[in-house]
Design a protein around this ligand. Structure first.
Ligand SMILES: Nc1ncnc2c1ncn2[C@@H]1O[C@H](COP(=O)(O)OP(=O)(O)OP(=O)(O)O)[C@@H](O)[C@H]1O
Ligand SMILES: [Mg+2]
Length: 326
């Protein structure tokens, strides 16, 4: 399988009054052509920061303190991490790697019609596209997302439902035929039928456009359905990664196990599990494994040394000192 994106030893910190928030700490991961990688983990575990860093869209207080981001296309390799803002804007952002932002449905300007939003986005990204091409491309994509193009383009945001706004945002992200699409919580805050509908559309689009996707989602069911591989984030690090099948049916990290057992199921009458404690303070991190204060399996070593990802099987890796015994 060909790699389209390589993230190497990525570290991101935010400067705050309390000190440095270590939001992403030494994350390395590859994205393969045509695959969907789901990223899961509790609120505050660094998922959005990881995505924003790939596109170099961190707020001013956020800095990539080390690591490389390599994008590959047609045998060429681009080191995004060393590109200037101008170069990224010209070559990468939106054209090669696009993103649907978390909770962006609320960021539409209520006074602007959707068509004006589309024109603005294109202008913001320094994209030269004549009006007719942009219009026909927008119509084509809106249709692909099962929206009525004319109606949507002429609508104000409040005239669209949450699901329609989200589909519009997905269409907008695809306007320059990117190879990689990052979706940050694309179905959160939508009702279950709307979620299903968006999921089906994403599956279709992915196939049609041969996209590689990074899907950030709290919702494990969505990850399971759409992804080929899943990665679990905890306190800014990747603690487990593997195929959906391996990770969901044979999770090795106590935290991933906890996440999976805390999902309610309609059909199974099973006791719901909740992971005790809360995520650590990312300014003053605990020693050793960052999960140890919450882990029922911890031993002395877990308090002193942070485990790194270890090979489990095929493409399954876990960062836990005790995975073999559990
Ligand atoms: N602009 C910022 N300034 C300071 N700290 C920030 C900033 N943005 C995020 N953080 C902190 O960085 C950490 C990671 O945040 P991030 O938004 O990446 O998490 P997340 O996994 O996407 O969470 P959620 O599931 O709630 O979206 C958190 O501790 C958060 O408080
Ligand atoms: Mg987030």
């Amino acid at each position: 399988m060909r790699t389209v994106l390589t993230v190497e030893n990525l570290k991101v910190e935010y400067s705050t009054k309390r000190g440095k928030v270590k939001a992403v700490r030494d994350v390395s991961v590859e994205l393969f052509e045509g695959e969907t990688l789901a990223v899961m983990g509790e609120s505050g575990s660094g998922k959005t920061t990881f995505a924003l860093a790939i596109l170099k869209l961190l707020p001013l207080s956020g800095k990539i303190s080390s690591g490389r981001i390599l994008y590959r296309k047609n045998g060429n390799e681009y080191d995004v991490s060393s590109m200037s803002e101008k170069e990224i804007k010209e070559k990468i952002r939106w054209k090669e790697i696009a993103m649907v932002f978390q909770a962006a449905q609320n960021s539409f300007n209520p006074l602007m019609k959707i068509w004006d939003h589309i024109k603005d986005t294109v202008k913001d990204h320094n994209i030269r596209m004549d009006k007719n091409t942009l219009l026909s491309k927008s119509e084509e994509l809106l249709k692909l997302l099962q929206l009525e193009p004319k109606r949507v383009l002429n609508a104000y945001p409040h005239e669209l439902s949450g699901g329609m706004k989200q589909r519009t945002l997905i269409a907008l992200s695809l306007i320059l035929d990117p190879s990689i699409l990052i979706l940050d919580e694309p179905t959160t805050a939508l009702d279950i039928l709307t979620q299903r509908n968006i999921l089906e559309l994403l599956k279709n689009i992915k196939k049609k456009m041969n996209l590689s996707m990074i899907l950030i989602s709290h919702d494990l069911a969505i990850a399971a359905e759409l992804a080929d591989r899943v990665a679990t984030f905890y306190a800014g690090v990747l603690i487990e990664i593997g195929s959906v099948f391996d990770v969901f049916y044979n999770p090795k990290h106590p935290y991933t196990k906890g996440l999976i057992n805390s999902v309610p199921t309609v059909s199974r009458d099973k006791q719901l599990y909740s992971i005790p404690g809360s995520p650590p303070d990312l300014v003053f991190l605990p020693s050793g494994c960052k999960f140890h204060p919450r882990c029922e399996y911890k031993v002395d070593r877990c308090e002193n040394e942070e485990p790194r990802l270890e090979y489990v099987e095929s493409d399954h890796y876990v960062a836990c000192w005790r995975w073999r015994e559990l």
